[in-house]
Design a protein around this ligand. Structure first.
Ligand code: ATP
Ligand code: ZN
Length: 288
């Protein structure tokens, strides 16, 4: 039997659920994974390794896991030799500078000679160097947001989404250092194994089709024949929309696939042009 492709995903935390969902949307069945470190899919040549997100880049660099799902923040911070393959559209957050509510920071140069606490020293130091700023970076492994009130640092640099944690610590958002999301990474060492390479390419195709589907909606509506052309103009369809006859001869049904964001945008125009019974449905996969 040929070797299974190994994927590393976060065991517990913000990326676990969405990573599992992504595999599921690719038709991969993984059962009884609770509290396990290693599970084999029942219908695909894939083993799933559940790890701390901090360890995933290293496992992938060493080819222990052939691929992995990790935040771009973690991938860049580790600075290891792995290949980013695809942004996955979840786990979105920003690495930001947080400053005390009472402070004002208008220009990045005002960071000169300040002390900044962070769990992301590599990314922060690169950022400071790019901006030619001399600041002291203090590395903390957690609870970075209490550093200013303890007098350990002037500012912090940490992951933020809503900003609520900052607010609780009387801090506010300042400059954005990095926008991050979950990314599929790949080891550079298994391309010479044709079986693994083939399995990876098969999985990647499924991931891409699932990501495309997630951004799309299948819409259906009934329209008067007289406004058919006008309505087709409004619909930004992937290809040409499907037009079907209805028992009421004055009407036809239109089916189309559109970008999710467009649905609300065109809704009003469709109604004005006489469309009725407008339905939108999620799509599981799109194979182009
Ligand atoms: P582990 O036990 O695996 O080390 P962790 O505590 O380091 O977990 P989580 O808090 O679960 O990690 O975050 C995992 C990743 O989720 C982050 O590295 C980041 O890419 C992403 N993420 C998305 N939103 C946020 C957020 N608001 N705060 C922190 N991380 C976020
Ligand atoms: Zn972690």
């Amino acid at each position: 039997m040929s070797e299974n492709l190994k994927i590393a995903i976060q065991k517990k935390g913000r990326l676990n659920n969405k990573s599992m969902q992504l595999l599921k949307s690719c038709g991969i069945e993984i059962e009884n994974f609770q509290d396990r470190l290693f599970v084999t899919a029942s219908n695909f040549n894939l083993d799933v390794l559940f790890l701390r997100d901090d360890d995933i880049p290293e496992y992938v660099q060493e080819n222990v896991a052939h691929i992995g799902i990790v935040g771009e923040n973690e991938m860049l911070e580790k600075g290891l030799d792995v290949e980013p393959v695809k942004k996955l559209g979840f786990g979105k957050c920003s690495l930001m500078l947080g400053i005390p509510e009472k402070d004002e920071l208008n220009n990045i140069n005002e960071l000169e000679n300040k002390t900044i606490a962070t769990s992301y020293p590599r990314i922060l130091k690169n950022y400071l160097a790019e901006n030619k700023i001399n600041a002291k970076v203090i590395e903390l492994s957690g609870s970075v947001e209490i550093a200013p009130s303890l007098g350990v640092a002037d500012y912090i640099c940490d992951l933020v989404s809503s900003g609520n944690t900052l607010k609780l610590n009387k801090l506010k958002k300042s400059f954005n250092i990095l926008d991050s999301q979950a990314v599929l990474i790949k080891s550079k060492r298994f391309d010479n194994n044709p079986n693994l390479k083939r399995t990876f390419e098969k999985l990647l195709l499924r991931i891409e089709s699932s990501l495309k589907a997630r951004k799309s909606k299948y819409i259906m509506m009934n329209v008067p024949k007289s406004s058919l052309e006008q309505i087709i103009e409004i619909i930004p369809s992937l290809k040409s929309p499907t037009v079907l006859p209805l028992s009421n001869e004055g009407l036809v049904a239109i089916h189309a696939v559109i970008n999710e964001d467009k649905f609300w945008e065109i809704n009003e125009d469709l109604k004005k042009a006489g469309a009725s019974g407008i339905l939108s449905m999620p799509i599981e996969n799109i194979i182009l």
